[in-house]
Design a protein. Sequence first.
Length: 254
Amino acid sequence: MPAALMLMVFVIFGGLVVLANAVRVVREYERLVVFRLGRLTGERGPGLILLIPLIDRAVKVGLRTVTMDVPPQDIITRDNVSVKVNAVIYFRVIDARQAIVQVENYLYATSQIAQTTLRSILGQQELDELLSEREKLNLALQQVIDRQTEPWGIKVTTVEVKNVDLPQEMQRAIARQAEAERERRAKVINAEGEYQAAGRLAEAAGVIAKEPMALQLRYLQTLAEIATENNSTTIFPVPIDFLKAFMNKLGTTV
């Protein structure tokens, strides 16, 4: 009797294990790729999935977007500058069957494709293009990687170059170049200001030549400004031309 009871318990336990393996709950963002005796039968899910015990084998695949860091890559640009570049890639599985059947490990394969493409595409660019045309390079990387992973049922949505690490001597050279550019712009702005000021002075001289009283009024205005700013007594000589202008207005000859 105890032996029969133990056998019954073993059979019940084995049946529960087999039943548990035959029943799968697949979430909305997952799919099951089912193989029956080694032959692909299709893609199932989401929801409750029943499998034939010991005959069906299922591989679960996630359909959510995967964020993958591309390790830093040593790249020599077209103008022979050695830089270290890393990136981030966003992709997702759009065909779970192809992701399982066509490639052994689609995550590892996508990572390797991203690394080699990063070295290939960025190695064709000059350093200035690598630093200034980031959006164009991101688009080129995305298109190349997506084209290579398409047979695996992978859709690459975005590739972003994160950091471009330059050697110390190149950083100093770029800093000197930026400083020289700022000095050049400052000189151009200063020269433009001098040119505009000279034009204004020429216009003022023309006005004074037509109206001599304008110079005298400016002289008086300057005296008033000096008087308000200084507490000490200031003596200014009065030029004859200054008096002549007023006398001419009064009709008196000096």
